[in-house]
Design a protein around this ligand. Structure first.
Ligand code: SAM
Ligand code: DTB
Ligand code: SF4
Length: 325
């Protein structure tokens, strides 16, 4: 770990915010070297986990997340009804054929209703029966819902912390940081894998960026999957005019996630559409070993499959073959 700092570490804390801030400030080559060392201790650095996303319920969300196109608080995408189970299974089959190992179903909800859950549980069962890993991101969950999802065969639940507790109030007012931690605790208790990360480039400072990584890294155990999103700026959202993030600062954040969460899959998530191949390659060197794969994220674009296949070929990388289901 890094040098001693004035910040006191509690028994549960593996990393202080100051230690992570020191990582982010390392000379670039030193940071990348450390990230590569940790990465190679735990993973084949040339294998990449591929997850395909599908928005099963788009728009009309009652939350006010400042980055999101789906909030009914600001202009964005229209409110659509939930997809049918058959449409979801068809998309999952296509994702599997294209080479994805995991299928992630996303819904623009604060939390799912009992009626929503009936349909989602069916989707999870059917996607899992295809031999894919399953993931869902549906908002906050109660104990009954986490149990139901576990029983239906859900492998991962995605629920992001998004940013540090200190910066959170600048971005979202309709639910608390603690609500997010509580949902993650329930997911863990039900025995599912946690997928949790955040967004970089929302105007947070270095300490706040380190604060997000510290929250994730100090979870006990830390998430199995850590999506690091680069803010996708969309017209009509409150964060549309946020200053551009230096791509190397994004790479540094990926490396800090890798060093502090050595066995997690660190996902280079939203924002790849705006990134050059060179920046993406640096993210992989920094320890990213997972991407969203498919032409669409939820409401915004992603590099198309041909571009990603060409990138993987160019870098000598190949899809991780997992032994799921
Ligand atoms: N409604 C659910 C929730 O908020 O948990 C699930 C879907 S929500 C869209 C999932 C995550 O996508 C958010 O927590 C956020 O981290 C990420 N996200 C949404 N819009 C984004 C954007 N414009 N840029 C980067 N990440 C974004
Ligand atoms: C995550 O961390 N990123 C994904 C997934 N989990 C659900 C979502 C990215 C959304 C980007 C903006 C959009 O397409 O609406
Ligand atoms: Fe709703 Fe999720 Fe978007 Fe927030 S991030 S507005 S909860 S869909």
């Amino acid at each position: 770990m890094q040098n001693q700092t004035a910040e006191t570490k509690t028994a549960q804390q593996r990393w202080t915010v100051a230690e992570i801030e020191n990582l982010l400030k390392l000379p670039f080559a030193d940071l990348m070297y450390r990230a590569q060392q940790v990465h190679r201790e735990h993973f084949n650095p040339n294998a990449i986990q591929l997850s395909t996303l599908l928005s099963i319920k788009t728009g009309g969300c009652s939350e006010d997340c400042g980055y999101c196109t789906q909030s009914s608080f600001h202009a964005g995408v229209e409110n659509k009804k939930m997809l049918d189970v058959d449409e979801v299974v068809k998309a999952a089959k296509a994702a599997k054929e294209a080479g994805a190992g995991r299928f992630c179903m996303g819904a623009a909800w604060r939390e799912p209703s009992a009626e929503d859950m009936t349909a989602v549980l069916e989707m999870v069962k059917e996607v899992r029966a295809l031999g894919m890993e399953t993931c869902a991101t549906l908002g906050m969950l109660n104990d009954e819902q986490t149990e139901q999802l576990k029983d239906a065969g859900l492998d991962y639940y995605n629920h992001n912390l998004d940013t540090s507790p200190e910066f959170y109030g600048n971005i979202i007012s309709t639910r608390d940081y603690q609500d997010r931690l509580d949902t993650l605790e329930r997911v863990r208790k039900a025995g599912m894998n946690i997928c949790s990360g955040g967004i970089i480039g929302m105007g947070e400072n270095l300490t706040q960026r380190a604060g997000l990584i510290a929250q994730l890294a100090n979870m006990n155990p830390y998430p199995e999957s850590v999506p690091i999103n680069n803010l996708v700026k969309v017209e009509g959202t409150p964060l549309a005019d946020t200053e551009d993030l230096d791509p190397l600062d994004f790479v540094r954040t990926i490396a800090a996630a890798r060093i502090t969460m050595p066995t997690a899959f660190v996902r280079l998530s939203a924002g790849r559409g705006e990134m050059s191949d060179a920046v993406q390659a640096l993210c992989f060197l920094g320890g990213a070993n997972s991407i969203f794969y498919g032409d669409q994220l939820l409401t915004t674009g992603n590099p198309d499959v041909d571009r990603d296949r060409a990138l993987m070929d160019k870098l000598g990388m190949y899809p991780l073959v997992d032994s799921c289901c």
